[in-house]
Write a new protein. Structure first.
Lengths: 79, 309
């Protein structure tokens, strides 16, 4: 089952970060819509807990937008 | 019953303005206020050592509690940055500097941010087993000795402070209730002293703290037979404001969690007793949950109950 952008947006909303969810575009870099390094750690932890996928430090650049996060999770779960 | 009677502290007056450090590292004022939490980071004078700030906290306690030196039976110091290389133990140096009697039992324990919680039961257990009446737990872990001032991950986080907690066999204010502990040595490399300098993997520490504390607190409450709302006040180790607030949000206890690190930053094992020092006479707080977590990884959580005299 493919992860959808709406699921990741909900996950970010639940993590209560500084990101303005209303303005969140699936292709926007999360750092450009209010996330700082601590929010990113929080989001990555939420992904890890929700989908059982650990994003190593060297892959953080690959998960900077909602769509990139979906792609990363879907690719990881396909493997 | 052995419990906490009084707490005193020593916080150096000199230190770093974290807003200036933020400017230096290209961070914003908002980052300092909302994320880091420490506006000012106290730093002990260069000519002082761990035993000096521990002694100052102890002397403040002796004065505050009208304590007679000859009544002190044991002295336990929690530190991972002892004088020298830990030889002799810092507690023996403090015994000398504070002019405590030679009959005092003194030893150090090596723990970081969980150290105060562990230390309380170590002192209590030692006092109980040895039939002692008066014990002191000192926390003194000045990270200024090891922080790399060029590393923004750590230079903006830590402050120096020491605390001294008086435990007595009678007339204590707070009883030590149920407690639980944990260790995960696989996280050992996330916070280490490498060749005399501190290195921290912030993400690994954050993940451990958020996940483990959020598991630990409900487990402790279950052990104690208490519901979340039975606790009047939660005092978590003040790792950073963001960390404390993330844990509080996840547990749904934001209104009851104290966040007070503006004047100190993260003071390792001193962060919980520094807040407890302010709350010990607040009689509205009858049931207090404390949780310390960090280097090791290590975690300890305990419930304190106010005694009615």
């Amino acid at each position: 089952m493919k992860v959808k952008a709406s699921e990741i947006i909900k996950l970010i909303e639940d993590a209560q970060t500084m990101i303005d969810i209303q303005k969140l575009d699936p292709d926007a870099n999360l750092r450009d819509v209010g996330a700082d390094s601590l929010d990113m750690m929080n989001i990555l932890l939420a992904i890890q807990e929700q989908y059982g996928i650990e994003v190593p430090d060297e892959d953080i650049d690959k998960v900077q937008t909602i769509n990139e996060i979906c792609k990363y999770i879907n690719t990881s779960t396909d493997e | 019953m052995i419990g906490i009677k009084e707490i005193a502290s020593f916080v150096p007056l000199s230190g770093h303005d974290n807003f200036k450090l933020a400017q230096h590292f290209g961070k914003t004022e908002e980052f300092v206020k909302k994320r880091i939490g420490g506006h000012f980071l106290p730093v002990m004078d260069q000519e002082l050592d761990t035993s000096d700030i521990g002694t100052k906290a102890l002397l403040n306690l002796i004065s505050k509690a009208n304590l007679k030196r000859e009544d002190i039976d044991c002295l336990v110091v929690c530190t991972q940055n002892p004088d020298g290389n830990g030889l002799p133990h810092t507690s023996a140096i403090i015994q000398k500097k504070a002019e405590l009697p030679k009959t005092v039992a003194a030893f150090d324990i090596s723990l970081g941010c969980s150290g105060f919680v562990y230390g309380l039961n170590i002192v209590k257990g030692f006092m109980h087993a040895s039939d002692l009446k008066t014990g002191i737990l000192i926390t003194a872990d000045p990270y200024s000795k090891i922080v790399n001032s060029k590393d923004p991950n750590t230079a903006m986080l830590f402050g120096d402070a020491a605390t001294a907690t008086l435990l007595t066999s009678n007339n204590s204010q707070l009883s030590l209730g149920p407690s639980i502990y944990g260790t995960d040595g696989t996280g050992g490399n996330a916070l280490i002293n490498k060749d005399g300098q501190l290195y921290m993997n912030g993400r690994a520490v954050f993940n451990f703290a958020v996940q483990k504390v959020c598991e630990h607190i409900p487990l402790l409450l279950r052990k104690a037979g208490l519901l979340m709302n039975a606790i009047d006040c939660y005092i978590l180790h003040q790792g950073s404001r963001y960390l404390v607030e993330t844990i509080a949000k996840r547990l749904g206890i934001k209104e009851k969690v104290i966040c007070a690190m503006e004047k100190t930053g993260n003071t390792i094992s001193s962060s919980i007793p520094l807040i407890l020092e302010q709350e010990i006479n607040n009689h509205r707080n009858k049931t207090i949950l404390i949780s310390g977590f960090g280097v090791g990884f290590s975690i300890g959580s305990m419930i304190l109950f106010r005694n009615n005299h």
